[in-house]
Each structure stands twice: as structure tokens, then as C-alpha cells.
Write a protein that binds this ligand. Structure first.
Ligand code: ADP
Length: 272
């Protein structure tokens, strides 16, 4: 009997380890599948601008005897696609590095109010040129997180770039940075084209672009928000979207406040 119980135990342990290794393998398999999909989608996206550059340069070469001035249109097309290609490769590199955790994030005190003001200064004129009003709500001076200033700046740029891209003339964009006891909340609100309810959970996926966005031909690549999501999660935060088609979109980022930031404020308050 002891032998049978012992063998039963050993069999159970063996089954347990099979089960455990099966469970441990499936996330690896899933991640491998995701990588395969990513490489496939990326190659597809890289092929289009390359084909456009090649065909435009072919035209220039067959009309070479006409000189540069007569070929400007084709050369400009090739240049615009080369610019798109540069942006695409930069985004792909960022995501590939994020996947392999090769991108070390700096850990410094970052003042989000300063970034918001800087980005507002840089984008207000651009928005105005498209007849879009860009408002920055006053934020408190203790909107401090611990993280990587360059990446957080990139996060603001991605959200504002989209807000401008997907808002029509006469629209309005509002940027807010709010401080709660333990968090900093960044809110980017626009009165643009909006996102269908069913598509809202997909916008953070790599290469996703909604049909309405594609119709606008704004040259987006569908990678910005996946980079934004990576930046937010690398700072232990959350990003969410709330939108109504034809009415507007609000992106909300919640980040943990820098350690010491609210203790310092609490000390100030008890001093008063
Ligand atoms: P891109 O803008 O380059 O297409 P993103 O990853 O930044 O890629 O965004 C993915 C998709 O999410 C966009 O193609 C668009 O459909 C939708 N989207 C993002 N921001 C907005 C916004 N502010 N208003 C409406 N749609 C948006």
C-alpha cells in the first residue's frame, strides 16, 4: 500500500510539474506570437514608403535630362516618404528596445508643470495655424514625479500631437495637470473626431488606426499610443481614454507622485 501511495504521490508531482511548466510556457509562447506579429506588421509598414521612394526616384531618373526643377514634385514626394520612414524606424526602435527592456529609464525628479508649459509654448502656434484653440489650465507647482524627463516629455507630445491631428478647424484642446494626495493626473481633452466605443480599447495596440483616422490621411502610423502606454507603465502609471464619436476625446494619465512631494506639502500645511 505504501508503495502504491508513494507512486501515486510521485505521479501527482509529475503531473503538477507538467501543468506548471505548461502554464509557464504559455506566456512565453504568447509573447513570441506578439513579436512575430510585430515584425510582420513592421515589415509591411516599412515596405510602403520604400516602394513610394523607389517609384518616385525611378521617374526622376527617366526624366534626368530635364533637370532638377522639372522633377521637383517627384523629389519632394520621395523626401516626404523618407521623413515618414525615419519617424517609423524611430518608433519601431523605441518599441523594440522597450520589449527587450534595453531602455534604461532615468530616475530623477520631474516637474510635470514645467513640461506642460514647455509643450504648450511649442504647440500653441502650430495649433493656431490649424485654427485650433489650445488652452493650458493653471497647474499647482508640486506636480512632481520620479522618472525620465525625456520620456515624459515624449508622452505629452504624443497626446498633443494626436489631439491636434484629430481635431477639426475651430476646435479646442485643453491640457490639465492635476495633483491629488498620492498621484499626478495629466488630462488632454479635445473636441475632435472622437473614437467609436468599440475601438477605444484597441487604440493602445501597435499599428491600430481607426477607420475615421485613416480617412483623414494624416500620415499616422498607429504606434504613438503604444509608446505612450509603455512610457506610462514604465512609470507605474495608468492611461485611459474616454471618447464620443464626433464630439471629442479625453486621454487621462495617472502617475504616482514623487516620494517626499506630498510629505513636503503636508509639513507645510501643519506649519501653517
Ligand atoms: P496614429 O495617430 O499615428 O495613427 P496612435 O497610436 O497615436 O497612432 O493612435 C492610434 C489611433 O487612435 C489613431 O489612428 C486614431 O484612430 C485614434 N486616436 C488617437 N488619438 C486620438 C484623438 N485625440 N482623437 C481621435 N482619435 C484618436
Amino acid at each position: 500500500i505504501l508503495l502504491i501511495v508513494g507512486m501515486g504521490g510521485a505521479l501527482l508531482a509529475l503531473l503538477g510539474s507538467f501543468y506548471a511548466s505548461g502554464r509557464a510556457l504559455s506566456p512565453i509562447k504568447r509573447s513570441w506570437e506578439r513579436q512575430r506579429q510585430f515584425v510582420g506588421d513592421a515589415s509591411h509598414e516599412l515596405r510602403t514608403p520604400l516602394a513610394v521612394i523607389q517609384s518616385n526616384l525611378d521617374i526622376v531618373l527617366t526624366h534626368a535630362h530635364e533637370g532638377v526643377i522639372d522633377n521637383l514634385e517627384w523629389l519632394n514626394n520621395a523626401k516626404a516618404e523618407a521623413r515618414r520612414l525615419t519617424r517609423l524606424t524611430e518608433d519601431l526602435l523605441t518599441l523594440a528596445r522597450a520589449d527587450s527592456t534595453m531602455t534604461p529609464l532615468r530616475s530623477e525628479r520631474v516637474d510635470l508643470r514645467a513640461i506642460a508649459e514647455n509643450v504648450h509654448d511649442a504647440y500653441a502656434i502650430y495649433a493656431e495655424s490649424k485654427d485650433i484653440q489650445f488652452l493650458l489650465e493653471p497647474s499647482p507647482d508640486d506636480a512632481v514625479v520620479t522618472g525620465d524627463a525625456d520620456r515624459l516629455h515624449q508622452l505629452f507630445v504624443i497626446l498633443l500631437d494626436n489631439a491636434i491631428k484629430y481635431t477639426q478647424e475651430g476646435g479646442r484642446i485643453t491640457l490639465k495637470v492635476e495633483v491629488t494626495k498620492g498621484t499626478i493626473v495629466i488630462i488632454v481633452e479635445d473636441t475632435g473626431i472622437g473614437i467609436e466605443k468599440g475601438e477605444q480599447s484597441l487604440v493602445f495596440e501597435r499599428f491600430f488606426r481607426s477607420d475615421v483616422a485613416r480617412e483623414r490621411e494624416s500620415g499616422g502610423l498607429g504606434l504613438g499610443l503604444s509608446i505612450a502606454k509603455w512610457i506610462v507603465e514604465a512609470h507605474r502609471g495608468r492611461i485611459s481614454v474616454d471618447s464620443e464619436l464626433g464630439v471629442g476625446t479625453t486621454f487621462r494619465v495617472v502617475l504616482p507622485r514623487a516620494a517626499g512631494a506630498h510629505q513636503a506639502q503636508a509639513v507645510q500645511q501643519t506649519d501653517r
